[in-house]
Design a protein around this ligand. Structure first.
Ligand SMILES: [Zn+2]
Length: 184
């Protein structure tokens, strides 16, 4: 599913740790979630007993457009309600457009993925893509030269390690892991 913002921005609703996507936990459900976590601290056999009910409580999602700040909140019928940021009832351009990032804010540790496919499959425009899932903005990272692709991967890796905001990194060549790094 793709959701388009009124300003034209396209939200991808796939992948993990999307910086513009959040989940709704109703205050009325916090007690139940805490009870599930408390139950999880006791010895138990079946993980599904915890996982499924916890996920049910945070099923509804919201998106905030990183371009214009509009917020889209999922209703109980899977439709999205749209909200425009306002200041004194006037639409405000000076709104925080990162309302849905991690509770760790800029210190959140993300992942760095680099994928090279040669020959280039028809469904891709380029042979190499680097995807930093971190709370730092990068320009499009698309490559058709392997050396440039690999060099940029290691450059970004060092940059994110230096900032201490990386949990895991992997470089794959035709599906095979050529390099991995983990913070522990
Ligand atoms: Zn927008």
């Amino acid at each position: 599913m793709h959701l388009y913002c009124k300003c034209g921005y396209r939200f991808a609703n796939a992948g993990d740790s999307l910086a513009y996507k959040g989940r709704i936990l109703a205050d009325q459900d916090v007690k139940e979630l805490v009870e599930i976590l408390e139950y999880g601290e006791q010895p138990h056999d079946d993980d599904l007993e915890l996982f499924a009910p916890a996920c049910d409580l945070i099923e509804r999602v919201m998106f905030q457009c990183p371009e214009c700040g509009r917020l889209y909140v999922e209703d109980s019928d899977y439709s999205f309600l749209q909200f425009v940021p306002c200041e004194d009832a006037e639409p405000s351009p000076e709104v925080n457009r990162r309302l849905l990032i991690s509770a760790h804010g800029k210190h959140w540790r993300g992942c760095l993925y680099a994928d090279w496919k040669n020959p280039k499959p028809d469904y891709l425009e380029h042979k190499g893509y680097i995807e930093p899932l971190v709370n730092v903005e990068y320009d499009r990272l698309e490559f058709d030269d392997y050396n440039a692709f690999e060099a940029r991967y290691f450059e970004i890796l060092e940059e994110l390690k230096g900032k201490e905001i990386l949990e895991y990194a992997v470089l794959r060549v035709n599906g095979v892991k050529k390099h991995t790094w983990s913070c522990d």
